[in-house]
Design a protein around this ligand. Structure first.
Ligand code: FAD
Ligand code: DLZ
Ligand code: SF4
Length: 519
């Protein structure tokens, strides 16, 4: 019984559940570049090019293994523009196909659509679990049941026990579960991040880059310089380079930021893991091996592994547990529009210009830039979570809603009222000044709270605390801050609130330009 096996753009794993029992030479594997997926948000052009190039390379990989692949290119005149319509077209073209097999998608939006396929098509449709994750959605729901708080740290310990990663018998390696206290160092002057392996695009990737340049002229983001691998071999080379040369410094400088240094000691592996070119557990095992053979310290390796088996699995669990309501939450009642400079990077705030500028250039910013610079600004300014979510989903090469939404909504914006974070990650300019060299070259002064040179993060911070005093006062982790607010001289607070209001009115903007697609 020949089957049509659908592979989505973020399912580029030969061992994925939908391919597990595929009959070589008989079943047809469908991979389709479609307008609907490329435009449901205005994805960064580098993200689209990366994914299309990786999809085309994966098709070649499957063909070399003898599979029959039906690859639909975006510029195929017969392209129907949606996954649903391409499945229908494939079934019409190959009447011998007797069923559709797919792995469940990562996003709620597409899952809703795919659940209707059983009624749409004349053959049975089987949707299988995505077991590339360590913890299934059902296991996460069972873990969450009856818990008052869903703290990542406890979840992470269970995943450590289950995988045996960094475990010495029943005990965590080194005696502690978490070495974060060693991972918050500021970058000393004169210490530069190591050089990175940044691959050149091959002929296939160059062809895709050209296509994306032509077809998505008005989408955000630069196509050059090219910085991503688009093959499994290339992603594995990036992984090996990270583990050998970068991982030893990952922990120490994990929270640090420096001007003109987009990568620091971060892995740049999320886009490969999320689209299936790398296996998350395998990456963690290799990192552990680096600690066991003495080539990387425990604080770095534990910190890195926690991000993957802890945070990554945890946010996916939260997403499927709480959707669809999670996307609608707005606990702090934030309703401002996203400032225009999120799309241009043109702002005198050096920290924001750096984070947005590199996002535009590379479709990448590291965690602290996403959380404590662009995320923190959006939180303090009271930007509508829906607009912020859309921005994060569009601009990063690793962004899919299952991972982006809880990070944005739960972690950065506190829009879920504390389901994920025990307090809002709100910070004044002082935090950015401590963790980066940005302020030294900024036209604002991080030391000033009011006046034309005052750092906007300073008055926005106190305006945020004052605005949300009632919502925050019951939170024990905010008690000190609320007391500090209450001790501020009235005139000083009023001046900061005035500055904040005037500033926010000045930068208030549209969310994104009209989509003008070239057909
Ligand atoms: P590293 O710093 O090297 O971390 C190692 C790996 O750990 C990453 O490759 C990633 O797989 C995983 N990881 C680290 N932190 C997280 C986290 N908080 N949640 C899930 N996985 C994590 N990550 C995405 O993959 N896609 C997103 O769309 C995304 N959106 C985010 C939005 C906001 C507002 C914030 C605060 C964080 C977001 N993150 C997202 C998490 C994190 O910032 C990125 O995973 C990380 O910056 C990717 O770069 P890296 O591979 O160099 O990561
Ligand atoms: C992100 C993306 C893009 C830009 N384009 C495609 C595409 O043309 N075809 C496809 O199958 N998948 C694409 N994707 C990834 C999907 O959006 C992703 O599979 C869903 O959002 C579920 O995570
Ligand atoms: Fe950012 Fe303020 Fe520092 Fe300028 S002074 S870089 S706006 S934190």
């Amino acid at each position: 019984m020949a089957q049509l096996r659908l592979i989505l753009g973020d399912q580029l794993s030969p061992g994925i559940s939908s391919l597990r029992d595929a009959t070589v030479g008989e079943d047809v594997i469908l991979i389709a570049e479609v307008q609907e997926e490329a435009t449901y948000v205005r994805h960064h052009r580098k993200k689209i090019a990366f994914l299309f190039a990786a999809m085309r390379h994966f098709a070649r990989e499957l063909e070399s293994a003898g599979h029959r692949v039906r690859y639909v290119r975006l510029d195929d005149p017969a392209n129907q523009g949606s996954l649903r319509a391409e499945v229908a077209r494939a079934l019409e073209a190959e009447p011998s196909l007797e069923g559709v097999v797919a792995t469940k998608p990562g996003e709620w939006r597409l899952m809703q659509d795919m659940e209707t396929w059983r009624d749409l098509f004349p053959v049975p449709v089987e949707l299988r679990e995505d077991d590339r994750f360590i913890v299934s959605t059902a296991e996460f729901a069972a873990w969450a049941k009856g818990r008052r708080q869903l703290r990542m740290e406890y979840f992470y310990r269970e995943v450590r026990r289950r995988t045996g990663l960094l475990m010495d018998g029943e005990e965590p390696a080194g005696g502690q579960w978490n070495y974060d206290a060693e991972n918050r160092k500021r970058l000393p002057a004169g210490l530069a991040p190591p050089p990175r392996y940044l691959p050149e695009p091959d002929a296939l990737t160059r062809e895709v880059i050209e296509l994306v340049g032509e077809r998505f002229p008005d989408h955000f983001g630069d196509l050059a310089p090219w910085v991503f691998a688009t093959t499994r071999d290339g992603a594995e080379a990036a992984r090996d380079h990270f583990i050998a040369d970068i991982l030893p410094g990952f922990g120490d400088w994990q929270d640090a930021m420096a001007r003109g240094e987009p990568w620091m000691w971060h892995s740049l592996l999320s886009l490969y893991i999320n689209c299936g070119l790398l296996d998350p557990l395998d990456v963690c095992k290799r990192a552990e091996a680096a600690w066991r053979d003495g080539s990387a310290p425990l604080n770095a390796v534990e910190g890195f592994i926690r991000q993957i088996i802890g945070w990554r699995e945890y946010v996916r669990g939260i997403y499927w547990l709480k959707m669809p309501g999670y996307a609608e939450m707005n606990a702090l009642g934030a309703h401002r529009r996203l400032p225009e400079f999120y799309w241009t990077g043109e702002t005198p705030m050096r920290c924001m210009a750096e984070a947005i500028g590199q996002t535009k250039r590379h479709a990448y910013a590291h965690h602290i830039q996403r959380l404590m610079v662009t995320g923190n600004f959006a939180l303090l300014a009271g930007i509508d979570p829906a607009e912020v979510n859309e921005w994060y989903l569009a601009v990063y090469a690793d962004a899919y809603e299952w991972v982006e939404l809880p990070n944005t909504h739960g972690m950065a914006l506190y829009a879920d009222g504390g389901m994920m974070a025990s307090k809002p990650y709100a910070a004044s300019g002082n935090y950015i000044s401590k963790m980066s060299d940005y302020c030294g070259s900024c036209q604002y002064s991080v030391k000033e709270k009011t006046g034309p040179r005052a750092c906007p993060f300073n008055y926005l911070y106190w305006d945020f605390i004052a605005r949300n005093r009632e919502a925050l006062k019951g939170n024990p982790r905010m008690a000190l801050i609320v007391r500090a607010l209450d001790r501020l001289p009235q005139a000083e607070l009023a001046a900061m609130q005035d500055e904040a209001g005037a500033y926010l009115n000045k930068v208030a903007g549209r969310s994104e330009p009209e989509i003008k697609m070239k057909s």
